[in-house]
Ligand binder design. Structure first.
Ligand code: AVI
Length: 341
């Protein structure tokens, strides 16, 4: 049987990928305060650790969003009723949340094609196999590509097709606000009027709960963060000694973001062969590794307005910890009647 996905883009060739990683590490460690981009947290081990985080009782976003999707399945899919459309899944993870929607669509005999987009071929294999197993009648056609290239390719190849795009898991929170606006504007620009976007936001809440979610007692989040140093050691010939580093997660009340750091526990020097450089770290010097912004409802509505979306609906969990917003693409230079009411 053929694969249920197309490989559009395998990223940069391996050598170039390593060079890009080396350059990002060089730039980040040369800045003050030092930083490392969070996208490098997700090698195979990092992805495995993140899946473990999602199962932790203290990491509430996954459970809350799962509950939202289970409670509001029909309202989420209702706007697409009666027409052929693509369910485009940006970063499906293991697909648990999406399967709820896919099963409901299959039951309603909707004319839907499932299009997960993910840069990782491993993740793609997992999610397409799961979709075929759990919803065997489903037409699945995944794209191995980065999100924006994938969605652009789809809109060029099937310009007439309606779309419901999923961007779940509060992944938007890992973007700084200007980057989030740019990302959403880019998605908007390749979608058609009345296409929908379901997007997950983690809401601002009691700070103790945030701190517990990002400093879990099992040390899984710490291992996830520290794994970045292991990756640098392996891929860039580094000699970071993990015993000399500490994970630190804190909430910045001014920016509204959880911030993760790796903190040097002592005076130390680290060599990176790929850069032919040695870096000196002071005792208790931080290296910033991740932002995870939390939102107010009003910020979310403003973000929709700023990026060309109208608000169709807002879905909350019972505790109001998390919000999945259903947005509609608005474009006012229409050449014909809208496809949907
Ligand atoms: C992937 N992302 C939405 C997670 C978050 O909550 O920002 C990554 C994560 N970092 C630590 N715990 C989870």
């Amino acid at each position: 049987m053929g694969e249920a996905y197309v490989v559009l883009d395998q990223g940069l060739p391996q050598g170039d990928e390593r060079k890009a990683f080396a350059l990002d590490v060089l730039t980040g460690l040369s800045e003050r305060p030092r930083r490392l981009p969070s996208k490098y947290l997700y090698d195979d081990e990092g992805s495995r650790l993140f899946r473990a985080i999602m199962r932790l009782p203290t990491y509430y976003p996954t459970q809350r969003e799962q509950a939202i999707i289970e409670a509001h399945t029909q309202a989420i899919i209702a706007p697409m009723h009666g027409e052929a459309f693509d369910l485009v899944d940006l970063g499906a993870g293991d697909g648990t949340k999406t399967m709820v929607l896919l099963k409901a669509l299959a039951e309603a005999q909707a004319d839907v094609r499932y299009v997960p987009i993910d840069i990782s071929i491993e993740a793609m294999r997992g999610v397409t196999a799961r979709a075929l197993r759990e919803v065997p009648t489903l037409h699945t056609e995944g794209l191995v590509a980065n999100y924006l290239d994938g969605i652009q390719w789809l809109s060029e190849k099937y310009p007439e097709r309606s779309r419901l795009v999923l961007f779940l898991g509060s992944n938007i929170g890992n973007f700084h606000k200007p980057e989030a606006r740019k990302f959403l504007r880019t998605i908007w620009s390749v979608l058609s009027p009345d296409d929908r976007l379901l997007i997950g936001f983690d809401l601002k809440k009691d700070i103790e709960r945030l701190l517990a979610a990002y400093n879990d007692p099992t040390g899984t989040t710490a291992a996830f963060n520290l794994n970045l140093l292991t990756r640098i050691n392996r891929e860039l010939g580094g000699d970071f000694d993990l015993q000399k580093w500490q994970h630190f997660g804190t909430y910045n009340v001014f920016s509204g973001g959880m911030e993760s750091y790796l903190v040097s526990r002592e005076d130390q020097t680290v060599s990176l062969e790929a850069l032919e450089l040695r870096f000196a770290f002071e005792p208790w010097e931080p290296v910033q590794t991740e932002y995870s912004y939390k939102y107010l409802e009003r910020d979310i509505d403003a973000l929709a307005a700023a990026t060309g979306f109208g608000i169709q609906d807002r879905f909350y969990d019972l505790e109001r910890d998390f919000l999945d917003a259903l947005w509609r693409v608005e474009k006012n230079l229409r050449s014909g009647p809208s496809r949907r009411a």
